[in-house]
Design a protein around this ligand. Sequence first.
Ligand SMILES: [Zn+2]
Length: 170
Amino acid sequence: MPACNQSILDKPYFYDEAAAFSHLEGIMWPNGAVCPHCSAKDRIYELKGKSTRVGLKKCGNCRKQFTVKIGTVFESSHVPLHKWLQAFYLMTSGKENISIHKLHQVLEVTYKTAWHMNERLSDVMRESIEEICKKIAMLDLNYESNREEILELESIVFDFIHAIRSWEEY
Ligand SMILES: [Zn+2]
């Protein structure tokens, strides 16, 4: 299929809930699912059935159930995951910050929900970048070995910003 027939907004994870879960699982678990309750990496089963929630898994070690949303900013939200991915894309793809009013209009969620999503996502992005910047600030530039580490950390910040700006590469 010619590339020009598709745009990033055609990505299934922006409209299909199961695809959204697979997408997040690929990011969170690059080496396969990990049980958030007992950290097991083996004997994890996908639960399937008409009434089963999308992305639900069961750990054969501790017998508990979980989805990839546990421990993430998306946990315990009533908003479908694919809408969260849309929000994240909208918030990171432009030079200007998207307004809450625009999020509310585009995502077709209430203004209150849009406000909430914006708060949560901004916090996560800020925290990740701040944490690394703090580390950089603590290192003494006068030491040659530190200079290398600073360069490395700076490239992580750069990569992070680049990653959230280039969704199509996932
Ligand atoms: Zn477990």
